[in-house]
Design a binder for this molecule. Structure first.
Ligand code: PMP
Length: 359
């Protein structure tokens, strides 16, 4: 078997050791004679798997006890509605920061439910900068402030947490678990699993318990944080196999030294790739230096006519999914936790070689 280096933005690379463990467990989980996929979600076996996964996630992120941790379906996109439905309470206003395509989607959805103010936007720089915090026009009567700490498409990342007086809601889909951060600064954190957590089909939500119980009466039970917290994320059948697999990823992260260790590796990977881009006249990344993503690294070639050739030669060498998002073009290397330093080094070697032959 030859495994390629996978730079997909999501569903993204999973650790090989995790896939091998899942393969061993696939037909017969721990000698029980059945697959995790065939277990009742109410069985002692699955409840054990689910509880262990939650405990490991809480340990990795040092989640305070006054936060609920939900394992739901619907993707991060369903949270674009869940956040306003759960957090508005009797308020009618919510503040949003617009730093790219995912912010925009969250904003569009929130507008169905409330008076949305875009308090800061970097649209004028084509989302290559983070708006200066001093100029954010925050409203004291907003129910919450929503932002996207890492824009997966633009490769624009906050390397700081906004300090605001209202609950902070964050779409951490493409940055969660890449390094430690202080959960207590946030009211709600949500993330689709298919990048740094596990397979698609699972969405993780961390919510401060004091924010529960305020959902709009028309909130679907499936999106109601209180209902889901009360039912241990088993109001209905949860995405059992994805939950189990995320649990294997959490164990893999713990074995590697947790998020401090991941942060070191991730920073080295990002530094190496940005360095390769910045020291060449052939490749370019437009994002301001202090706001470059550690996880999603877009770059363009000096001549976009060469894009196709770059991608096909990369694929021949086992470097997959480097095509940039359809809305921006160019290339993008997503270098989540499961993408090794070796993978990044191989990509950089290829980039140098391609440049030599085509510049
Ligand atoms: N937010 C961000 C930052 C994302 O990167 C993505 C997926 N690429 C989404 C939201 C949407 O996630 P999902 O497909 O799980 O709904």
């Amino acid at each position: 078997m030859t495994r390629c280096y996978n730079f997909c933005a999501g569903p993204a690379a999973l650790p090989e050791e995790v896939l091998q463990q899942a393969q061993r467990d696939l037909c017969d989980w721990q000698g029980k004679g059945l697959s995790v996929m065939e277990m009742s979600h109410r069985s002692a076996e699955f409840v054990g798997i689910a509880e262990q996964a939650e405990a490991d996630l809480r340990e990795l992120l040092a989640v305070p006890d006054d936060y609920a941790c939900l394992f739901l379906q619907g993707g991060a996109s369903s949270q674009f509605s869940a956040v306003p439905l759960n957090l508005l309470g009797s308020a009618s206003k919510a503040d949003y920061v617009n730093t790219g395509q995912w912010s925009k989607k969250a904003i569009a959805e929130a507008k169905r439910y409330c008076d949305v103010s875009v308090v800061a936007s970097s649209e004028t720089t084509n989302f290559t900068t983070i708006p200066d915090f001093e100029n954010w026009e925050l409203r004291s009567d907003a129910a919450y402030l929503h932002y996207t700490p890492n824009e997966t498409i633009g490769g624009l990342e906050f390397h700081w947490v906004p300090d605001v007086d209202v609950p902070l809601a964050a779409d951490m889909s493409s940055t969660i678990l890449s390094r430690p951060f202080d959960v207590s600064k946030f009211g709600v954190i949500y993330a689709g699993a298919q990048k740094n957590i596990g397979p698609a089909g699972l969405t993780i939500i961390l919510v401060r318990k004091e924010l529960l119980g305020k959902a709009h009466p028309l909130t679907p039970a499936m999106l109601n944080y209180q209902t889901q917290a009360d039912g241990d994320s088993m109001y209905n059948t949860p995405p059992t196999f994805a939950w189990y697999l995320a649990g294997l990823v959490f164990k893999w992260l713990k074995e590697r030294g947790g998020l401090n260790a991941m942060a070191e590796v991730n920073q080295r990977k990002a530094k190496a790739l940005y360095n390769a881009i910045d020291t060449s006249h052939f490749y370019a990344n437009p994002v301001e230096l202090q706001s470059r993503s550690w996880m999603n690294i877009p770059f363009t070639l000096a001549n976009s006519d060469l894009d196709k050739l770059f991608l096909s030669e990369a694929e021949e060498r086992g470097l997959l999914n480097l095509k940039g998002h359809r809305s921006v073009g160019g290339m993008r290397a997503s270098v989540y936790n499961a993408v090794s330093e070796q993978a990044v080094a191989t990509l950089i070697d290829f980039m140098h070689d391609f440049e030599k032959r085509n510049a």
